[in-house]
Ligand binder design. Sequence first.
Ligand SMILES: [Zn+2]
Length: 359
Amino acid sequence: MPPPPEPIWEQRWHPLREEWVLFTAHRGGRPWIGELKAADVAPDSYDPTCALCPGNQRLGGVNPPYRGVYWFPNDLPCFGSDAPDWSDSQTADDLYRRRPAVGTAEVVCYHPDHAKTMAGLTPAEVTAVVDLWAERTAALAVRPDVNHVLIFENKGSAVGTSNPHPHCQIYAGGLVYGHAVREVESSRRHQARTGEFLGQGILARELAGPRVVAENDAFVACVPWFARYAYEVLVLPRRQLTSLVDLAASERAALASMLREVAIRYDNLWRMPMPYVMAIHQAPTDGGDYAAFPFHVEFHPPLRTPDTLKYLAGPEIGGGSMTNESNPDEKAAELRAAGGPHYKRPSPDPVATPTEPAP
Ligand SMILES: [Zn+2]
């Protein structure tokens, strides 16, 4: 029996969030009570009860028989263009302030096939998704009621996804989401202090280290040195970019290729569908100067092992700081070893389906 790992009792500075992360890799093997095993049963390609499948009825209408990527306004948006204006009544209390939740929310279906995931799409199909993200970001950014465009995908029941249909969401309103607020501040402070772009500084350190998972001409995927989750992956651009709108067509294709690559490696890791939250971190769109903002994509899988969820509990919810029970160097090596074709699809990629124009 191998000896238990040496305790490291180490804190690492998270340069994007400007906070400490506690690393306790020596405690990673301790007994764990909560368990969760993701089901590896693929749904049918079409589900008559799915609100996202082509031709189906949803709250706001009927989906067209779309054949590629397809978006529509969220039927239950968290922001509304007709949000009540509290401006007359909000002046009374400077502490308990409020403001209208203006803006919009959209849903993007990656593909008509209910059973697919990003890992199962062709490179061209994922590129069509990234192209649409950039297009929607540009269109939403110019709206006066949109200060930030947050694009995210919740994948798997472990992160609360109610519908397995491959899709993501776009939240675009008067709220600049908290991670972006912090990254605006951290990137400005880093540039003022060092003259270096924060994203470039992180990229240089990761390229020099053992945590790169995959790379191509324009993007690098790594488990960052300061990871807060065991299998967290950052997809970093090779050049300073602030948002999807900055990407050239070749870079959008390269980003798509890298996102697909990460999704395939996640599934291959334990030969099961890997749940995750994926979020695109891009600069606010409120007219400020965000030249230093570090555009990147973050994947946060909640699993530590195939059947162990990383619970957010006392230290995280109660204390407000993350504990990572693993060693990012080792997790990156595991994901590097999980390359190659998808475990369920060893044959060559099928021919891409055409892209549907936006409504
Ligand atoms: Zn569906």
